[in-house]
Design a protein around this ligand. Structure first.
Ligand code: HEM
Length: 460
């Protein structure tokens, strides 16, 4: 028996958890179609740690308590598996994605993939991000509404393609860009997201059926990725600084390189995880900034302190801009949950004893909406991040511990640069000034109907 918190060892254990008293099938549909309503209701009825059930998954413990999250995130990572719970993502990412693995393979892949997204390397991408943002902005016309989520997706997809392949133009990249956008759109509504979660809906009934369409698009993407890998192998040129070159140069302890299939699956993971999430976060940020004009005013005042053509690193350090990005990720975290943590041994958390194979699911959304941490949780108030320092167990849009998002620094950097580029150059407003709510878009939560903005003119 492993006790996660030493000083709790003497307390009586085996407190009983409450279970959601709704049939499993209803929980499944509510969780897919109206996840926020479902989570908030359960929190009110059962508190900040309770069990829930969804078709296709074992019973899981939903956790919205910072102390419990701290006990999990600071425990020995060897006590938990996460990858084994992500089998539903196999059709999207393939067999070798680090998301589907635990233990040594997961650790090895993380080590390989983290460096390009950190420190000096990442900072070299600053100009690329600003240039791509300006190219996309140049397509917006005055007084003609446009959908900000798609524009943000175009920016983030081009940024990730460029960082991974070192290029974002040419026939292959153009095709990849189009196919990835189409693939993501196949899960673009709550209903269409169902087939990602429900195996029974994963039936290939031809090219026009949702699953059939998904499989065909995935196949075409696989072919393009394989073509790129083979071409690089044939050229035998490993001098580039892009992520694919780094991945191809890497060797494991036996001196073996990654196979083509491993490379293809990690590329898919980065391409997908590295742009859909950031695009959604950026769309939300633009919504809040234009929904609350005082936020925009404050941001502009802060940006103006940097003078003309500010340095990317100076932008990244602006405190109010950081608070706006944080509040955006708090109020509607792009992912409602972290990856699950499945116990590999008996563990005790906050006096509850969990047997091996218990699925623990830290709920980012519920933690971010606790009144005791975030007064008036439904209000967008960036100032809260200037007034208080939140712990990594109270504010966790990127998860934590050994599964923490490897793109965290990259995503925050990209968000800040894109927002600064847009706001400092253009006057925008919401096409319709009404509240926008969140709905499921595949595994992420995105603004329903996107965020429609109108370009009013250049900023003077
Ligand atoms: C606003 C943008 C993003 C958000 C909100 C986000 C959120 C998350 C979250 C919540 C997790 C699970 C962490 C856990 O279970 O503890 C995760 C994992 C991951 N993210 Fe992100 N992410 C973002 C952007 C990115 C980017 C830009 C990349 C890559 C370039 C990326 C790559 C990954 C990968 C590979 C994992 C799996 C890590 C592992 O299994 O060890 N993400 N992300």
């Amino acid at each position: 028996m492993v006790t996660l918190q030493e000083n709790r060892q003497s307390e009586p254990i085996a407190k009983q958890l409450q279970s959601v008293k709704v049939p499993r099938i209803l929980q499944t549909f509510r969780g897919i179609l109206w996840p926020i309503k479902y989570l908030e209701k359960a929190f009110q009825e059962y508190g900040d740690i309770y069990t829930a059930e969804f078709a296709g998954f074992p019973k899981q413990v939903v956790i919205a308590n910072p102390q419990a999250i701290q006990e999990i995130f600071t425990a020995d990572p060897k006590l938990f598996n996460s990858g084994e719970a992500n089998k539903i993502l196999q059709p999207l990412f393939g067999n070798y994605s680090l998301l589907l693995h635990d233990g040594e393979y997961h650790q090895r892949q993380r080590k390989l993939l983290i460096p390009p997204f950190h420190g000096e390397r990442m900072k070299a991408y600053g100009d690329i991000v600003c240039d791509i943002a300006e190219e996309v902005m140049s397509k917006w016309t005055i007084d003609k509404p446009f959908e900000a989520r798609s524009s943000m997706q175009e920016i983030s997809l081009r940024v990730i393609l460029r960082t991974i392949f070192g290029l974002d133009e040419g026939e292959r990249y153009e095709k990849l860009r189009q196919l990835l956008t189409l693939l993501l759109d196949t899960t673009g509504s709550p209903l269409r997201s169902s087939f990602v979660f429900l195996e029974v809906l994963q039936k290939d009934l031809g090219a026009w059926s949702p699953w059939g369409k998904f499989l065909r698009l995935k196949q075409q993407i696989n072919e393009l990725l394989y073509a790129e890998i083979r071409e690089r192998r044939a050229k035998n040129d490993l001098s580039g600084e892009d992520i694919l070159t780094l991945m191809m140069s890497a060797r494991d302890e036996e001196g073996q390189p990654m196979t083509d299939e491993e490379l293809k699956d990690e590329l898919m993971t980065l391409l997908f995880a590295g742009h859909e999430t950031t695009a959604t976060a950026l769309a939300w940020a633009l919504y809040w900034i234009h929904r609350q004009p005082e936020v925009r005013e404050k941001l502009l005042r802060e940006l103006d302190t940097l003078g003309e053509n500010p340095d990317a690193n100076a932008i990244a350090k602006l405190p109010y801009l950081n608070a706006v990005c944080s509040e955006t990720l708090r109020i509607y975290p792009v992912l409602l949950f972290t990856l699950p943590r499945i116990t590999k041994a008996p563990v005790e958390i906050m006096g509850y004893r969990f047997e091996p194979n218990t699925m623990l699911s830290p709920c980012i959304y519920l933690i971010h909406h606790r009144e005791d941490l975030y007064p008036e949780p439904k209000r967008f108030k960036p100032e809260r991040f200037l007034e208080r320092q939140y712990s990594p167990y109270e504010f966790l849009p990127f998860g934590g511990s050994n599964r923490r998002c490897i793109g965290m620094a990259f995503a925050m950097f990209e968000m800040k640069l894109v927002l600064a580029t847009i706001l400092s150059k253009l006057e925008l407003s919401l096409a319709v000034n009404r509240p926008v709510v969140a709905a499921r878009r595949g595994i992420t939560m995105a603004p329903v109907g996107g965020v429609r903005l109108v370009l009013k003119g250049q900023r003077t």
